[in-house]
Design a protein around this ligand. Structure first.
Ligand code: NDP
Length: 257
């Protein structure tokens, strides 16, 4: 019975920013559990590399080129993949960026706007477009990728733009969960701590950052993408059937202090 709760045979999943990092790890986790997976990304080279990496592991994934900051393109992609591949009942709204540190008092307009546009607006456009199909179909599971930065503010790097965007993702997740629960669509979020991907690796070699990050992480290590993908798998699957509006922190304990 409990194995079946993680069985995604017959499901179709769409993952944004799925060409590498945590998105690609989620693609592997969902594929391994039987889902048909479509990865999307804005860079064709990253997308191809992601597809090849999955093929080398024996998984066939479909690919869709998509910039999540373009709402009309997101709506078109949702309509298109639902038509081509059948009902998409899992969305992993994962695409996100973190621009270099920006002290609040000197924050350039474009840095603030870009991070909010990708991390918050992009997640909303995807939830709206794919959620509409799920509601029409009578069910689905949406997993947004938030961050521990939506619950705490990181130190020592100043990144109010990123922290605010992820707090927005968490509250968006709860808001849509409340709206859609009675119509069969669950919306949950994973909030990772520092994870070993392209996004954070620059900080691992920064002597001003990394020792502070580790001092504040009870487990004294960074996480790996597969440790987040496992949480995505749980939230996407019937194993989490009584969860909606939850934000699961997967941060090595960072947020306990
Ligand atoms: P990566 O940078 O490895 O992967 C993110 C992917 O998203 C990239 O392929 C990137 O493409 C793509 N992307 C960026 N902007 C867009 C866009 N507008 N439309 C579509 N795709 C886009 O990062 P991670 O795997 O680490 O990050 C995944 C998620 O996890 C993000 O939301 C991030 O904020 C979050 N997160 C990451 C943490 C970490 O420590 N790594 C910690 C907490 C949360 P491109 O390279 O072309 O920009």
């Amino acid at each position: 019975m409990y194995r079946e709760k993680f069985d995604l045979t017959g499901s179709t999943a769409f993952i944004t920013g799925g060409g590498r990092g945590m998105g690609l790890a989620a693609a592997e986790a969902l594929s391994e559990h039987g889902a048909r997976v479509i990865i999307s990304d804005m860079d064709p080279l990253i997308l191809d590399a992601g597809r090849n990496e999955m093929a080398a592991k024996g998984y066939v994934v479909e690919t869709v080129l998509l910039d999540v900051t373009r709402p009309a393109d997101v709506t078109r992609a949702a309509d298109d993949v639902n038509r081509r591949f059948g009902p998409v009942n899992i969305l992993v709204a994962n695409a996100g960026i973190a621009l270099p540190r920006s002290p609040g008092e000197d924050m350039p307009d474009d840095v603030w706007l870009k991070v909010i546009d990708v991390n918050l607006n992009g997640v909303f456009w995807c939830c709206r477009a794919f959620g509409k199909h799920m509601l029409a179909q009578g069910g689905g599971s949406i997993v947004t990728i938030g961050s521990m930065s939506g619950a705490i503010s990181n130190k020592p790097q100043e990144q109010a733009q990123y922290n605010a965007s992820k707090a927005g993702v968490h509250h968006l997740t709860k808001s849509l969960a409340g709206e859609w629960a009675a119509r069969g669509v669950r919306v949950n979020s994973v909030a990772p701590g520092y994870i070993n991907t392209v996004m954070s690796r620059g900080g691992f070699s920064n002597p001003d950052y990394f020792p502070v990050w580790m001092e504040n992480t009870p487990m004294k290590r960074v996480g790996e993408a597969d440790e987040i993908a496992a949480v995505v798998l749980f939230l996407a699957s019937p194993a989490s059937s009584f969860l909606t509006g939850s934000v699961i922190l997967a941060d090595g304990g960072y947020s306990v202090w």
